[in-house]
Design a protein around this ligand. Structure first.
Ligand SMILES: Cc1cc2nc3c(=O)[nH]c(=O)nc-3n(C[C@H](O)[C@H](O)[C@H](O)COP(=O)(O)OP(=O)(O)OC[C@H]3O[C@@H](n4cnc5c(N)ncnc54)[C@H](O)[C@@H]3O)c2cc1C
Length: 660
């Protein structure tokens, strides 16, 4: 045993097993585990109520585990993570800080700055991969470009070597002594008094903590994985793994998940179990999407603010607060959308299919800025995860080359009959529609008056009329797309003489910056519009391990002209007007309806269509494209939805007025 004293900085790696930073520190000598809660540094991405509830339970769980291994977890609330780390280093006399990597835009910048400052102070800093199968900087295409489509990225990943799971967690920790001003989990203030009553029910359904994550994984693999392929589209019930909150807080090692599932794959392949094999492929693709979300954030660190296909910069969003409120409250008049939003409100959880339905509705029908929806999901989801949230919203809003087309507008009525054929999901979350017959449950506005009466539904009173008719929404969407193209073209004309952008990848320390350059795809045709990050030069940094985090920052945001054109329009119900059709024909490719069922199943790589891309360092201030996050009344997020609806009804507002 050496004598090195190491600060182990826990963040979203709240586990003992397969935790590379903890294992390395334990191997070297004594450890001083800390969790630092710094709300100020979270900025706009301060976690929501249910996510903080989860974090609180998970920290308590980790605290117990570490104690049983011999070390105490220091919980510290602060205004500056850096200052607190320095305080810990001084208190302990530590020479080293270790942590596991994070890839969201806020952490990328914070971690880079902290690492730089600590190294300046002569502290050794080592960081590790505790969150991914493959580090984002290890997966590039043949020419050293970052992938911009999932399929190609994931194929490449599946051919790469993966680090094995650390076989044994540390069985004993030697504590490094030192006194710092720490507090209890309760004193961190993750849950205020008002929130406690709303959170009370969460504890009946969810069991945060790394050892519970382990149980959830075993239960899923042994009992439900086989039917994942058949069941994953069922919107009611527990048809998927429900592992996302555990994965978000790093309570489960994704490498462990992968290896466990791979073992099953080998077994089922040997048995000729084709259903099992199909289920495993689909499940691993879902894990791949999580990897891809981190990959995009790392390589395109602006994507929390701006779409990857930056033509959306010119999209004429309808930043209507009343529509946004109706969507949040489940008062759009479209039962499947409303049921999804009520479930999200009440439980902090919705199925991936429902996430796609409600998010697409916000963007395509209400024309709400996608970043508003992304922020609302962030605030309300139990598994709120910035990278996956960004990926999800960009997928559905036409912002990614292989996501849903911007023109595609699915009718919630048709989706309702597809995904909730008996209307059970809607009836469960919409008591006011509980007595509607199945025939009308997804389109009550078409129901005869006698049926509405018998069901106790009074449209415009106890359930709203559709916030906008779907045909009108289609026309509005098409108009908006035309407008976007016009502005895009005008901007291209105005910027026709710009230079290539230069992207700088901060490997570590300013002297060791690897220069990356944004280049156009070859060919110059309409599908060559995604700028790629090309690593031009890599200079090894002697002060860090080969595992160490690399942080892309970007210099220069000269505008760059690119085209964006696409094929295929709506869900096959109405042809688009001539001009739009022409645009689409130029794009050349399309995808099948099946492909679009879920972001986890997106399989066809479409041709890329974009206009111009600008790059920026992710700062903790927010501007650009759809410039701001809406500030919704925080009380909206605290009351149970039913209370809100009652309040709305009694004041007789907002029932029909939301469409104005
Ligand atoms: C608009 C939108 C927003 C989303 N926001 C989030 C979010 O904030 N946090 C989050 O964890 N997921 C998000 N997702 C992805 C997906 O809906 C959830 O990961 C999934 O529903 C979680 O359920 P599960 O664990 O049972 O998934 P399973 O189907 O069992 O999948 C296993 C794991 O794979 C990962 N995964 C599956 N699908 C996706 C996906 N499409 N993108 C990224 N990872 C995926 C998750 O980590 C998940 O736990 C979002 C999807 C959309 C369309």
């Amino acid at each position: 045993m050496g004598i090195v004293k190491t600060i182990v900085w826990f963040r979203r790696d709240l586990r003992i097993e397969d935790n590379p930073a903890l294992a390395a520190a334990a191997k070297d000598g004594s450890v001083f585990p800390v969790y630092i809660w710094c709300p100020k540094e979270e900025g706009h991405f301060y976690p929501g109520r249910v996510s903080r509830w989860w974090l609180k339970q998970s920290l308590a769980h980790l605290e117990h585990s570490l104690k049983s291994l011999g070390a105490e977890l220091m919980l510290i609330k602060t205004d500056s993570t850096l200052a607190t780390l320095v305080e810990c280093i001084n208190a302990v006399g530590a020479a080293k800080v270790v942590f596991n990597h994070l890839y969201d835009p806020v952490s990328l910048v914070r971690d880079y700055n902290i690492k730089e400052k600590l190294v300046e102070l002569g502290i050794s800093v080592q960081s590790y991969n505790g969150d991914l199968l493959y580090e984002p900087w290890d997966v590039y295409d043949e020419s050293g470009h970052a992938f911009t489509a999932f399929e190609a990225y994931w194929n490449k990943c599946l051919h790469l070597q993966m680090e094995p799971v650390s076989p044994f967690p540390p069985w004993k920790l030697v504590p490094a002594s030192g006194t710092v001003k720490n507090c209890s989990v309760e004193e961190l203030g993750l849950e205020d008094e008002l929130e406690k009553s709303s959170n009370a029910l969460l504890g009946r359904a969810w069991f945060p903590g790394w050892s519970n994550a382990d149980k959830a994984l075993t239960e899923f693999v042994e009992r439900h994985l086989l039917d994942y392929s058949n069941n994953r589209q069922k919107v009611g019930g527990n048809s998927t793994s429900l592992l996302s909150p555990y994965l978000h807080y790093g309570e489960l090692s994704v490498r462990k998940v992968f290896q466990y599932v791979r073992m099953k794959q080998i077994l089922w392949a040997k048995e000729g179990n084709s259903l099992g094999e199909e289920s495993i492929n689909l499940f691993l693709r879902a894990i791949g999407l999580r990897e891809y979300s981190r990959y995009l954030c790392f390589n395109f660190p602006f994507t929390h603010e701006r779409s990857l296909l930056s033509n959306l910069k010119f999209f004429p969003w309808n930043a209507d607060q009343a529509n946004f409120k109706a969507w949040r409250q489940g008062r759009t008049g479209y039962p499947l959308v409303d049921a999804g939003m009520r479930e999200l409100w009440a439980t902090g959880w919705i199925h991936n299919r429902i996430r796609v339905v409600v998010s697409s509705f916000a963007v395509k029908v209400l024309l709400l800025p996608w970043r508003w929806g992304m922020k609302y999901f962030w605030d309300t989801l139990l598994d709120a995860d910035l990278e996956s949230d960004i990926l999800g919203w960009q997928y559905i809003s036409g912002s990614l080359p292989d996501g849903h087309e911007l023109q595609r507008l699915d009718s919630p009525e048709i989706q309702g009959s597809k995904f909730d054929p008996e209307g059970e999901y809607v009836r469960h979350w919409m008591p006011e529609l509980a007595r509607m017959p199945t025939e009308w449950i997804h389109h009550p506005w078409d129901a005869p008056l006698s049926v509405l009466k018998a069901s106790g539904v009074e449209l415009g009173f106890n359930y709203p009329k559709p916030i906008i008719e779907i045909d009108l929404a289609r026309e509005r969407l098409i108009e908006a797309i035309f407008k976007m193209w016009e502005m895009d073209a005008a901007s291209r004309d105005a910027n026709s003489d710009v230079m290539n952008e230069v992207v700088v990848d901060n490997s570590d320390g300013t002297k060791n910056l690897a220069i990356a350059k944004v280049v156009e795809n070859s060919g110059g045709t309409e599908n060559s519009s995604i700028p790629k990050v090309l690593l031009k030069e890599r200079i090894p940094c002697p002060t860090i391990s080969s595992n160490d985090q690399k942080v892309p920052t970007v210099q220069n945001s000269k505008h760059y002209p690119f085209y964006r054109k696409r094929s295929k329009y709506m869900e096959g119900e109405k042809p688009l007007p001539g001009d739009l059709h022409k645009h689409n024909n130029e794009a050349g490719t399309s995808r099948t309806d099946e492909d679009l069922r879920s972001t986890a199943e997106s399989s066809s790589t479409k041709k890329q269509t974009t206009s111009r891309n600008t790059f920026s360092v992710p700062q903790l201030s927010y501007s650009s494209e759809d410039n701001f996050f809406p500030v919704y009344d925080s009380s909206d997020l605290k009351q149970p939805w039913q209370e809100q609806i009652n309040m709305q009804q009694s004041s007789n507002k907002d029932v029909t007025g939301v469409s104005s």
